[in-house]
Ligand binder design. Structure first.
Ligand code: AMP
Ligand code: MN
Ligand code: MN
Ligand code: MN
Length: 288
């Protein structure tokens, strides 16, 4: 047992899992290959690449994982709506080459491209021009998103950092927060199941919902076949972990764990460094 196994099931006593990460095919900084190399260096045994609405990095990640003797779980992080709010549902252990995932990817990327135009138009109204071209340059042909706009806003000195970009221009309730183009959660869960994967509610604590609202959402999602939820996402307090574990058990959901890694230097979401799953939950890898 490694020291990290202390009182935990983030490992199955031998393996370290990180089931949520991003590459430069969406809004991460590393290429899929660099990401898997970093995971290996950090002693992760099982890594899921879960780029936003694209599986464009899976093939490269897979071949690197094979070379380095890591297990690569094919994944995706779908953006969707519940009650008109944007939420994220991970598809884990999907078949990324399946027609249903290819079709889903096409429609999600189209939605992202259209949303990018709307975001740019909104920013234009705030006196910020050229944002679409700037963001496209950062997306570099991948799944374009708000982080690419944030990069542009920082580069063009409209703001001094990402946090400010979201706080002033891109975050909830701000002009760049355009969210009406995503499909509803039931469709996304169907896509995931049709491709053989497990549907996992991502980072439940990040939606800033009241407990009542969160339970109402889980009721809806479970009625459509949600399989699991992230009980650990990035760095969080032990109390948060405990509450999320209780919620998973209450709804009969499997538990997942992931860093939500985007870039080196963000220590609160470094690959494989998230806390262990508590002992009293059923880890999602039991189903594999
Ligand atoms: P999108 O999927 O294009 O709507 O962008 C969502 C992504 O933006 C998240 O996955 C994060 O990577 C990033 N993000 C969201 N909120 C913030 C924030 N306040 N500061 C920095 N990055 C953020
Ligand atoms: Mn992201
Ligand atoms: Mn997310
Ligand atoms: Mn994510």
């Amino acid at each position: 047992m490694s020291t990290r196994d202390n009182n935990c099931r983030a490992t199955d006593s031998a393996r370290v899992f990180d089931l949520h990460s991003h590459s430069d095919r969406s809004d991460g900084q590393l290429s899929p290959e660099q990401l898997v190399v970093r995971a290996s260096e950090r002693n992760v045994d099982v890594i899921a690449l879960t780029d936003h609405d694209t599986v464009g990095g899976i093939e490269d990640a897979k071949s690197t994982a094979l070379r380095l003797n890591l297990q690569l779980v094919e994944g995706i992080e779908f953006s969707c709506l519940w009650n008109n709010r944007t939420i994220h549902i991970l598809g884990l252990n999907i078949d990324s080459t399946s027609d249903v995932i290819k079709g889903a990817e096409t429609s999600q990327l189209k939605a992202r491209a259209e949303r990018a135009e709307l975001i740019a138009r909104q920013l234009e109204k705030s006196g910020i021009s050229g944002a679409l071209e700037g963001a496209r340059r950062y997306a570099n042909g991948g799944a374009i998103g708000r982080v690419h706009f944030a990069n542009h806003l920082v580069e063009s000195r409209v703001v001094s950092n990402h946090a400010q970009a979201f706080k002033r221009h891109l975050g909830a309730g701000k002009p760049g927060d355009v969210k009406t183009l995503w499909p509803d959660y039931d469709e996304v869960i169907q896509w995931i199941h049709a491709s053989g994967g497990k549907a996992v509610l991502a980072h439940p604590a990040k939606y800033k919902m009241t407990r009542t609202k969160l339970r109402a959402m889980l009721d809806s999602l479970c009625a459509e076949g949600l399989d699991a939820m992230e009980v650990v996402s990035g760095r969080q307090t032990p109390l948060q972990t405990q509450e999320l574990a209780a919620l998973a058990n209450r709804f009969g959901l499997l538990a997942s764990t992931g860093s939500d890694f985007h870039a080196p230097g963000q220590v609160w979401q470094e690959l494989g460094s998230q806390a262990a799953l508590p002992r009293d939950v059923n880890p999602i890898w039991q189903a594999w």
